[in-house]
Design a protein. Structure first.
Length: 251
């Protein structure tokens, strides 16, 4: 579920995103709610939307409320008729085609970063909105990032700088998953100890989602509900993901 340079295309398609296999996993359901809370009002009912790297439809099931939506991914399994199989590094669209371009958990998969962000900005109409989410904090790097072929993790400041370097004005920048952040930190510390003992992970391994019991899932979803209540009003100072909304300048 990502755009990638041509050299990694086959391996990415073979491994794929765990969201394709397990779309009802709690994190994907929570992400859909949190993204809607942050970026929903920036889309508009008449907007044309390019949904980059999100063939896992349940994570962005609220986007079709826009006038038109095209999904783009290099993994064909989640694409519907009318969607496009292509790379985020070379979008097959003319300049200034879409009112909104969404790239949720895509940019961290792409190298160089400047290329994918330039492509996302290129296909936006003047005045259009770019919606981006990425994983937070390089110190949280783990074997899961390796398996998912991440190139980097972000702080809010770094993502804002990368987006602004492409000539876009940042309208909003916030962390999300603040309510579950203590669980995230504990999991990363546990993973670091485990990975140190077992050796480096392999990018050829099939990504595996952490297992959660029903009770733990309820606790995590309840913690995310706090985020969902806060986000329409305030930006959050920490969390395990970063979300940015940016506007393309009108010439």
């Amino acid at each position: 579920m990502l755009g990638s340079s041509g050299g990694h295309r086959e391996s990415v398609e073979t491994v794929g995103s765990p969201s394709i296999v397990q779309p009802d996993y709690w994190w994907y359901r929570a992400r859909a709610e949190l993204l809607r809370a942050v970026v929903g009002r920036h889309i508009g009912s008449r907007a044309s939307v390019l949904d980059v790297g999100s063939a896992d439809g349940p994570s962005v099931g609220w986007l079709p409320t826009a006038a038109s939506r095209v999904a783009l991914d290099i993994d064909p399994r989640g694409l519907a008729p009318g969607d496009v199989r292509a790379s985020a590094m070379r979008l097959p669209f003319a300049n200034a085609t879409f009112d909104v371009v969404a790239a949720f958990d895509v940019v961290e998969h792409c190298e160089p970063e400047s290329t994918v962000l330039s492509e996302l900005a290129r296909v936006l109409v003047p005045g259009g909105r770019l919606l981006v989410s990425v994983p937070a904090y390089q110190w949280a790097w783990s074997d899961f990032d390796v398996q998912n072929r991440h190139h980097r993790r972000y702080t809010r400041r770094r993502l804002v700088a990368a987006v602004e370097a492409r000539g876009l004005d940042v309208v909003r920048a916030t962390y999300v998953f603040a309510g579950t952040f203590p669980f995230f930190v504990a999991d990363r510390l546990r993973s670091r100890v485990r990975d140190r003992g077992s050796g480096a992970g392999s990018a050829d391994a099939v990504p595996r989602l952490p297992e959660t019991g029903r009770l733990v899932e309820k606790v995590l979803m309840a913690a995310c509900a706090v985020d969902r209540w806060l986000l329409p009003r305030w930006d959050l100072p920490f969390g395990s993901s970063v979300v940015v909304v940016a506007r393309k300048e009108v010439a």
